[in-house]
Design a protein around this ligand. Sequence first.
Ligand code: F6P
Length: 400
Amino acid sequence: MPKKIGVLTGGGDTSALNATLKGIALKAEELGFELIGFMEGWRGVLKGGRYFTLTPDLIDENRGGTLLKSSRTNLIKDNKLDEAVSNLKKLDISGLIPIGGDDTLTVGTALSDQFTTTFVTKTIDNDVGINPPEGDAVDYSKMVNYFCPGFPSSAQSVINAVRDLRTTTYSHDRVIVVEAMGRDAGWLTLSAAYGQADLIVVPEVPYQPEKLAEAIREKHAEQGNVIVVVSEGIRNEAGELMINSEAELDAFGHTKPGGCSEIIVETMKKLLPEISSSAFRALILGYLQRCGSPIPLDRNTAIKAGALAVQALSEGMFNGVATITRTDAGIEPTLLPLEQVLKRDETGHVVRRDLDLRFYDAERYQMSAAGAGYFRPLFGNLPRPDLSLDDWLIEVGEIG
Ligand code: F6P
């Protein structure tokens, strides 16, 4: 009788979740395990939860989202850890693979005290892992989890959107404030440098309206149009999220951000009376950033990470995390012990990884050289800063 293992996907979806599932299903089949897919994240492992036998043929690794669906169920807050463990045992599951970001993995780490578990990360926010050791020279190979599967595909969507916006921004002499996701971390927002964003505002640095207005003034004087990309998670001087609607809390107590681009536009209109107020626009990229097919590098790495998690379970290496490592030879998954990847705060919540501030030049509101070094294996060289806007648009094929 083959061993049975389970898998679930929790938190916000990404384009590469089905790819991770495919890697898990293929390896499980190869090793003779029956794989149970639990539906809707942690909700699926509770009494009455839905599940089914997951085989590779059911999974399209090129399709975004997750076949297993997702939810933000918090078993700790709901006091349901014991129920989950006894249900998993009743189903004869011998090991579980939760695929998730900081919230899903917070529940997973609590569960791992009582149940055999191996993790795979995912999040478009890229905030699970540990930055390279401090110092002037950045050693990217020492980064714990070079990227979270799903992040590169989302970054590509942000890059494409900003690159496409360049033409209309130019045609209409606009000042467009684009709002990117990433509740607490600026990784996704920073990737917009590859779409030639003029100014980038990340949540790790407090938002200063006058300083941003001055930077917009300069860019506008230089080229007559400006694209500012801001993270939805930026905070005002009082340290509060800038949201344009009623604050809503999710199951993990996070306020749902949204609408800071609209607030910034109104502020900038006031601070920059020399620019026609009709030039300003706010654009929230929203869920379009986390759907669609994964890019090949993301997909292939996610498949390998999924397979590694199953391999680890089969070899009795429990409480590990299938992370991604960057080496001179390429990008490969590596299994690391839970404690090395998922540091927990005093409440037991997994500590998120901020954008490494060496990757960001806060004075210029731009990606730094070290940041370009981080992104190079994913997206190549940054668009050349010495190229004029028109020449650059010709180079990327936006105008003939
Ligand atoms: O955690 C990933 C994420 O996509 C964040 O970037 C974003 O703030 C949040 O999820 C959106 O959550 P929801 O899917 O609940 O709207």
